[in-house]
Design a protein around this ligand. Structure first.
Ligand code: ATP
Ligand code: MG
Length: 205
């Protein structure tokens, strides 16, 4: 898959409707972590903004990955056995009944350079751990950014604990905060996040 196939911007549905507020430091820090580590998990309780942050990070770092950034929304995947197939479906990897989905996935991805965003893994942590534990050693140029309320819990995982969004002071309510326009749109069940041309900032912690 070449750069010419990088498709459309995408993110979560709510992202298409609202501006991304603040989080510049957090986006930069997670983007920097992805330059150093191949499995980064954004953790914290529900609703704090993990998915939204991961989408923004995906856009920020997209230019680093020749085969793009792929968002796999796992919240609706209830059967852990279906996790590899869910990833394969998003990337467009055909599966054959003759081989295990995880093996087929690792075989194809061993020839790709991409970022997988595994979103909302908390209910299928064991399956996500198994997927990452098999995939990352087999596919040297694949990096995973996961979001989960809890850690995946395998060796090599780097956790980023996302804090709550700051509440604006009373004088700032209704004045638009420091929002950035979110240039994304839905793109089917599997979505690819547009690579960004923004320079990556160095780690600042
Ligand atoms: N920085 C932000 N700017 C604007 N809206 C945001 C921001 N962060 C989160 N939101 C909005 O808050 C809501 C919850 O965010 P999000 O889905 O990313 O949380 P989450 O931590 O992934 O939750 P869950 O654990 O339930 O998956 C969404 O509607 C999202 O668009
Ligand atoms: Mg989420």
């Amino acid at each position: 898959m070449g750069k010419a196939r990088r498709p459309l911007a995408a993110c979560t549905d709510s992202c298409a409707l609202t501006s991304f507020v603040g989080r510049d430091d957090e986006v930069a820090k997670v983007a920097a972590l992805l330059g150093e580590y191949r499995l980064v998990t954004v953790t914290r309780p529900g609703g704090v903004g993990k998915t939204r942050l991961a989408c923004e990070v995906g856009r920020r770092v997209g230019a680093r990955f020749a085969d793009g950034v792929w968002l796999v929304e796992l919240a609706a995947v209830q059967d852990p056995a279906l996790v590899p197939a869910a990833v394969a479906a998003v990337i467009g990897i055909p599966l054959s009944p003759d081989s295990a989905p995880a093996q087929a996935l690792a075989g194809v991805l061993s020839r790709r350079q991409l970022l997988l965003v595994l979103d909302n893994c908390e209910h299928i942590l064991d399956a996500t751990a198994e997927l990452c534990g098999g995939l990352l050693p087999a596919a040297d140029d694949v990096t995973v950014l996961a979001t989960s309320r809890g850690p995946i819990g395998i060796a090599g995982e780097t956790r980023y604990r996302l804090g709550p969004l700051p509440v604006p002071g009373p004088g700032r309510i209704g004045r638009g905060l420091d929002s950035q326009p979110c240039s994304c749109s839905p793109n089917g069940p599997g979505r690819q996040i547009r690579p960004s041309t923004q320079a990556t900032e160095p780690p600042s912690w």
